[in-house]
Design a protein around this ligand. Structure first.
Ligand code: AVJ
Length: 336
């Protein structure tokens, strides 16, 4: 054999990863904090939960006995993936907020089994997760290409590569519930623009149910969700040189019946002043004052349908688990 230049490992050619992260990420945290902590009702967007520790805590949440959405969604996927593959003939799966891609395997298996699967396009802010799953998946599925997009799905949807055939865009876990109703529809409209007539959106939504079940899912007995909630203060301490003591705040999770969403808040145990050095900002909390850190909307079938139609999408399939806890919807662009 001729000596030759070192070859990349076989999987490498199958992987392309584009990063769109830049200083804008830091600016977005700074802007969100300056904006959110100086409002009359203090608020922070939930996306800043997910540093390495936050992502780890979220993975632990998914295993908690009280946190049913992950298990319910996986059960639906396991029952319907083959049918979804046959219905869509998808050659590629685009996943918004792919994380560890744990549930995605169920879909990839079905598309691989149907013989159509060519490419997986994970979109996530966490670079290490995109890289790790690209490597594992190209090894697990021979012939699969992975085109990772490292970025914020709210800002970088334009960087999703052009389709190579019919695609499924998956937005799982119920993360659509983190948007307020108006921005939810705006975001769905942006997703709709990614879809050609042969493409589908597969979206997970948590359903309205007994408030006690909902509140337990966001206030577990082991206190993991409380730690996840307080972690956002650690992110501020590290990234913006703030001096919050997370233990000064109680974790609060309430189902707001009027809006049908869970609200997570951090409630100051005493009056305090926190300094955010990176923003040259002092923030005063009254004793008992709350900072809203997340809304997680719970859906009725009517609400899902209304939001989809408002975004120019039409429901093709409504899939739920035996207990009716969670729904997966398959939709496509409204034909006209
Ligand atoms: C990842 C946004 C779907 O809203 O249920 C879990 C995040 N917050 N426990 C959700 C979360 C508290 C989760 N999502």
């Amino acid at each position: 054999m001729e000596p030759s230049a070192p070859q990349p490992p076989p999987a490498a050619a199958a992987i392309q990863i584009d990063s769109h992260l830049d200083d804008a990420e830091e600016r977005s945290l700074a802007e969100d904090v300056l904006d959110g902590l100086t409002r009359p009702f203090k608020e922070l967007p939930p996306k800043h939960f997910y540093d390495a520790r936050g992502a780890e805590l979220f993975d632990q949440i998914c295993e908690l006995p009280e946190y049913y959405p992950t298990r319910a969604e996986r059960a639906i996927l396991e029952r319907t993936a083959t049918e979804l593959a046959a219905l869509t003939n998808a050659v590629e799966l685009v996943e918004l907020g792919s994380g560890t891609a744990a549930k995605t395997r169920v879909l990839l298996d079905a598309l691989h089994g149907a013989g159509t699967l060519k490419r997986y396009v994970p979109v996530d802010v966490t670079e290490s997760m995109v890289r790790d799953c690209a490597e594992t998946l190209t090894e697990e599925y021979p012939g699969l290409r992975v085109h990772g997009v490292i970025g914020d799905f709210e800002r970088h949807l334009d960087h999703v590569p052009p389709a190579i055939g019919p695609r499924i865009v998956a937005f799982l876990g119920g993360t659509i519930g983190n948007f307020t109703p108006g921005s939810r529809r705006r975001f769905l409209r942006k997703i709709a623009r990614l879809l050609s007539p042969d493409d589908f959106l597969l979206m997970g939504t948590d359903l309205v149910k007994d408030p006690r079940v909902l509140e337990a899912a966001y206030d577990d007995s082991q206190g993991v969700t409380a730690e996840f909630n307080r972690n956002v203060l650690r992110v501020l301490n590290r990234e913006l040189q703030a001096d919050f003591d997370p233990e000064d705040f109680d974790h609060v999770a309430l189902f707001n019946e009027e809006h049908e969403w869970i609200e997570m808040r951090l409630r100051a145990k005493r009056e305090l002043i926190a300094t955010v050095r990176g923003l040259d900002l002092c923030v005063h909390f009254r004793a008992g004052e709350e900072l809203r850190t997340e809304i997680s909307a719970k859906f009725t079938p009517e609400r899902v349908d209304g939001d989809l139609s408002a975004a120019g999408l039409e429901l093709v399939h409504w899939l739920t688990d035996p207990d009716g806890l969670f729904a997966l919807t398959l939709s496509r662009r409204t034909s006209r």
